[in-house]
Design a protein around this ligand. Sequence first.
Ligand code: URC
Length: 317
Amino acid sequence: MSDDSFVLSAARYGKDKVRVLRIVREGAWHHVVEYNVQVLLEGAIETSYTQADNSVVVATDSMKNITYYIAKISPHILVPEHFALHLGTHIVSRYAHIAKAFVTVEQLRWSRISIDGKDHPHAFIRDGDDKRVVRAEVDATAGKDKITGNLSAGLADLLVLKSTESAFTNFVRDRYTTLAEVDDRILSTAIDLEYTFIPFPIAAPADAQKEEFILPPTITPGSAFDIGVPARARTSTLHIFATHNSASVQATLHRMASAVLKENPGVHSVRYALPNKHYIPVDMRYIGVENVKPSEAEVFMPIAAPSGLITATVSRK
Ligand SMILES: O=c1[nH]c(=O)c2[nH]c(=O)[nH]c2[nH]1
């Protein structure tokens, strides 16, 4: 069979794991952000795969350099959503043959250290392993002056646990069932949340170097450019986890997703992936100690694997 029998049906390439830390100095009051950036491109790049034609290739090394350059010049660097859109818009505007940029920004936590109850101006702490994750798709397929932004954002690895107000009963019982029904159990998960905004237009950069990125003159609350969305989504997710009397991970997930949709009119769908991290009461009957009854057990064995994995997307009708 010759190569003519095949077609290049998808191609996307770029740089992954570009690590950048940026300081913004407002006098003595400093801000820092640390990002892991992935930049992938699509466009008229087929011949680089099929004909060994590198003339269409913006080197991934250049994409790394562009990432650092936009991190240096962008007035939007402290907001990962805006930075991702700025970076993607610059690339699709600058290169005629690049139709789409896919920019993923993972933000690591650096919170201010509190000294005697006051935020320190330039000292920070990694106060959690959870990350903010932003995915921007900047689409200039319809033309360099008709750019569309597709944005989703959320968080990953937000580890939580509650020691009661979680039950799991009434599930299918058949020959494979060994799990006991419980009206009181530990519920623990590492929250992975992604909310997707309604697509929006992006103004084409007007300057010669295509470095400009201008936010819309008015920002609708709960829309892609509203910097309040991430904190609201994190707060309501934690609020529902803590306060909702859980009948299952599924039911809790649905509550959480509905809250994000309710609070943010510009979000059209919300996806959660929630591992159910199991904790098993240690059976101490062999030594005459009661530790089996879920509501009274005090010593548990955390189970690394397997875990449940409950996922769903809730969208506006
Ligand atoms: O909340 C839960 N959902 C399930 O689907 C499930 N399955 C299971 O074994 N335990 C649980 N818990």
